[in-house]
Every structure is written in C-alpha cells, then in structure tokens.
Design a protein around this ligand. Structure first.
Ligand code: G6Q
Length: 547
C-alpha cells in the first residue's frame, strides 16, 4: 500500500518537481551573480534569530511553491489542532501539548475539561520551591549537610534535554554546585559520575516519564544502593532522591516519597519534555528566574509559529527547506554545526528530536509514505569539525546541507577569539556555496597536477542561524524553532512525529536475552544462528579465568 495524497497536494509536488528539474543545473554562483539582492531578500528574522537561507539551491519561485505545498498539506490546520490539544498523535491517541508547558501564567488551555496551563504552573511552582531550597542550602541531606551535587538519572528524552540545557546554560549556572548526568546502563556511566562525590551532599533526580525504563531503573537502583552503603540507613533515601515522572504508583513502589515527585503528563513526549519537570536539574542549575526566561523563549517562538505568515515564519521556512533538500535534492543527511562551545550537546539533542520524530516509513493513516522522510542529523561544534569531517562536506560525493549556528557576542569575550570563530561560519557558508573553479585555482598559481584536487565544486546548501548572544531565552527559541520545523516536515510527509514504535522491538528482544546471559547453566538457545553464536561466545569470554 502506498499513500495517495490529495490531488491538490499531488499537484503541488508535481509543480515542485518540474521546478526542480529546471533549477537543478543552476549553480549558486549564477543565482547570486544574476540577483544581487538575493542575500538581503532570502532571509527572515524572528525572536532575535536571523535566518539566512539564501545559500540554499532555491529561488523565490521555490519558496512560493514550497508554501503552496505547505498549505495543500494542511500545515496551518494541523498546527492549530496541536495548539488546541486535539489528539494529533494518532497512533498513541494522545494530545501533543509541549506548547502548553511554556504558556504564561494566567493563560488557559482546557483539554478534556482540565485547564492544563494551570496544572503546568502548579508543577512549575513546586519545582521553583524545591530548586530554591537546594540552591539556598535549606534542603538538607540525611546527615544535615546541604546539597552540593545533583545527579540526573534518565535516558533518551529524560537525559538529552537536561544535559544539553545544562551545558548550554552553564554560563548562568551555580558554579558551586556540581551536575552530573547518568544515562547509559553501562555501569561505567554511573560509577564515573559518582566516584568523587560525597553521598551526604548528593541529590539524585530520577527522571523517567514511565518510571519503567530498564536503564534508568537499573541506574536508580544502583544509586540507591550506593547511597545506603555510604550513609548506612535506607531512611536516607528520602532526603537524597526525588523523582520526575507521570507514574506516582511506580515512584512510590521504588521508595521515593511522592511528596518529592514532580509530575508531568502523557501529552508531553520524551523528546519534547525539557521544559516540563524533566528540566528540574536545569532549574536547579540556573535558578527559577532563568528557567522562566528559557520558557519565555520557547513560548515566543511558539507564538511566532502560530501566527506569522508562512513566508516569514522561521520554523515553516526551515522545515520546508529541509523537505526540499531531502525530497528534491535527495540529501540523506543534515549537519548541525553550532559555532558555540556551550552548544556542544545540541547536535545530539536535535538528533533525537528530528530522527525519532520523522524517521518513519508509515504515514498517519497506516499506509507507506510516498516520499523519503526524515534525514539523518548529526553534528559537532565549529570550528572543530572543520579540521576533521568538513573535507567530505566540501569535496565528497555526498551533499550534506548544513545548519550553521552563530552568535554575535561571546559569553567569554577574550581577545579576538570570537571574531575568529564567527569569521569561520561566514567563510564556510561562502566556500560551500561558491567553491573554487579551475580557473581560480590556476589563477592562484597552483601546479597543474594539483589543480583537480584543489577545485571546489561549491553549490552546497547552508542555512546560517544567528542570534545576538546565547541566553536562556535564546536557547528556548532555538529549540522551539527546531521543534516546529520538525512538525512542519512531519506534516508534509504525513507521518506521526510524536510516536516512536521503532525502538520497541530491540527492548523486547533484549529482555529475552538477559536471562540467557545471566544464567549459571548453559541455556538452550533458540535464536538465529548468529545470535546463538554471539551469546555462546560472550558466555565463553565472560567465564574465562583472568590471565
Ligand atoms: C522520547 C522517547 C524516549 C524516552 C526514553 C526514556 O521521545 O520516548 O527517548 O524519553 O525512552 O523514557 P522514560 O522517561 O519513560 O524513562
């Protein structure tokens, strides 16, 4: 079964394909040469973010046709349905309301008879009170000492947001508090995270929406054992463990007092949960006020997405350009390169946001999608990548569109560092777009045998996203921009951007294999021959006497 788009939607795709056929042979060099206003026209600005999209392989006509596709795909309607709290996550029959997490106090959104904004602010108040107690030293550990270390235990959406936001906002964080993040079930993660911490000064935040995730529960149990061993009393758990979850029942079964539980709701997806109680570690690090600024940045971008005309709408533009690059240019991957060291975990965060949301081959109605969907996202902070993998981006046989993220002001101004850093953003976008012709290479006096190697084809697309400075508010706006760009792409492809069925099978199979690895007697194995052999080999190596 394949997905049959509506005739108008199909017509929009046909028009785009015909347009692409005409445009494909054109080089960005020509497009810029014949249109001097291009760089000042193909740009958009909102909420302190400036997007230069002129170095994509597009013309004004491309944007016009992409906007028609957006309209014909029902983007505005679907967006409004999300903001109304309708169950747009169809495969799980849930509302998708991360936008409610950042609505200001006093706003109201009633879903199934409940004002969810009121609920959100109740939890935010509870988080603020707790964060203030920890920050002021009022919250005492079991032996009466103040908390100095905060360890977030969670995985996936319950880890990547907190760790990314902590790193991003480290400049604004309390430097006398230590923050660690444990996600991997590899014990090394936990052991290394706590090895230099004093138990009596350590607070564990167990972050798990379901409170049933094997990795998190395993790490949480080890954390509890670690604490009890050092403090000598199970009663110590109450002063050193808090939980962020939707399941009071499981939290309490684990032994955490539900008075120390921060709730959220099933309408918050894991990868969209940074601004729910999952952000508790961030709030403790930067304080409730800065956390509110972060939320305000999210909300401002939400409002922009909700109200701005498509052709000036940053998330719509970025999302539609991503569709263009994926489906017309055929690019399988996108690089996100923040030229800001504090954003070093942003690519990993966006990897989950984009790939778990739109890495789907089945559309909302259960039929197979008609187009290529979510590209592979990856990245590293600049300028580091330039000295490693950018070679392929400049001269490889694969076209990798880049999002280059820059700020006009450094949080750590030092000599000329920042101008040097930023010059590289502009230079990379320039080099990728315009390249270097054979003539230019010869003109530089390159010896003949080097000429083909030095030619840079160019015509490689980039977006440059620039803000004044990395602040909590700015971070919120950047994340919301990507969230809504993902939403835009998912809507065009007709996939459910809010489920993640693809991660289930591996979990089920692992649960079957665990007892076979743990068993003392040789288990009977009934897997495929490769898996059987791997298990046998593992058991052999595991059982070997140390040399
Ligand atoms: C995110 C995913 C996934 C989830 C983790 C952790 O959208 O659903 O990454 O966040 O599997 O789940 P818990 O928070 O339930 O432990």
């Amino acid at each position: 079964m394949t997905h049959e788009p509506s005739p108008r939607r199909q017509a929009a795709w046909d028009a785009l394909e015909a347009h692409f056929a005409e445009l494909a042979p054109r080089h960005l060099r020509e497009l810029f040469a014949e249109d001097p206003g291009r760089g000042r026209r193909l740009r958009a600005e909102a909420e302190g973010l400036y997007l230069d999209y002129s170095k994509n392989r597009i013309t004004d006509e491309t944007i016009r046709l992409l906007m028609i596709l957006a309209h014909e795909s029902g983007l505005a309607e679907r967006r409004d349905r999300m903001f109304r709290g309708e169950h747009i996550n169809v495969s799980e029959d849930r509302a998708v309301l991360h936008v409610a997490l950042r609505m200001p106090q006093g706003a109201s959104l009633v879903v199934d008879g409940v004002d969810v904004v009121r609920e959100v602010h109740k939890v935010l108040d509870q988080m603020s009170a707790f964060a203030n107690q920890v920050r002021s030293g009022q919250w005492k550990g079991y032996t009466g000492k103040a908390i100095k270390n905060v360890v977030n235990v969670g995985i996936g959406g319950s880890d990547l947001g907190p760790v990314m936001a902590y790193e991003a906002l480290r400049h604004y964080s309390r430097r006398d508090l230590t923050f660690r993040f444990v996600s991997n079930v590899d014990a090394t993660d936990f052991v290394e995270a706590v090895r230099d911490l004093e138990a009596e000064e350590t607070l564990f935040i167990i972050s798990s929406k379901t409170f049933a995730t094997l990795e998190t529960i395993t790490n949480a149990q080890s954390a509890r054992a670690w604490l009890i061993e050092r403090l000598g009393d199970p009663a110590a758990v109450a002063r050193h463990f808090v939980a962020v979850s939707t399941s009071a029942e499981r939290v309490s079964a684990f032994g955490i007092d539900t008075a120390n539980m921060f709730g959220f709701w099933d309408w918050v997806g894991g990868r969209y949960s940074l601004d729910s109680a999952i952000g508790l570690s961030t709030m403790i690090a930067v304080g409730p006020e800065r956390f509110s600024e972060l939320l305000a940045g999210f909300h401002a971008m939400d409002e922009h997405f909700r109200t701005a005309p498509f052709e000036r709408n940053l998330p719509v533009l970025m999302g539609m350009l991503a569709v263009w690059n994926r489906d017309l240019l055929g690019c399988q991957t996108v690089g996100v390169m923040p030229y800001d060291q504090y954003l070093k975990r942003l690519p990993a965060y966006l990897q989950q946001l984009t790939m778990e949301s739109n890495g789907k081959h089945v559309s909302l109605d259960g039929t197979v999608v008609a187009r290529e969907t979510g590209p592979i996202y990856w990245g590293e902070p600049g300028t580091n990548g330039q000295h490693s993998f950018y070679q392929l981006i400049h001269q490889g046989t694969t076209i990798v569109p880049l999002d280059l993220i820059a700020f006009a002001k450094s949080l750590n101004p030092l000599g000329e560092h920042h101008d040097i850093l930023t010059s590289n953003v502009f230079a990379q976008a320039q080099a990728l777009a315009f390249g270097k012709t054979e003539e230019e290479v010869r003109g530089d006096g390159a010896p003949e045998h080097e000429v083909p190697h030095r030619v840079m084809e160019g015509n490689r697309p980039t977006n440059v996203l620039m803000g004044e400075m990395l602040t909590p508010r700015m971070l919120g706006s950047i994340i919301a921009l990507y969230e809504h760009s993902v939403f835009t792409q998912g809507t065009i492809w007709g996939v459910d951007s809010f489920d993640q069925w693809g991660v289930e099978l591996g979990k089920v199979l692992a649960a079957q294999i665990i007892p076979e690895l743990v068993a003392l007697d040789e288990p009977e194995l009934h897997h495929d021959s490769s898996t059987n052999a791997l298990i046998e080999q593992y058991r052999r190596l595991k059982g070997k006497e140390d040399a």
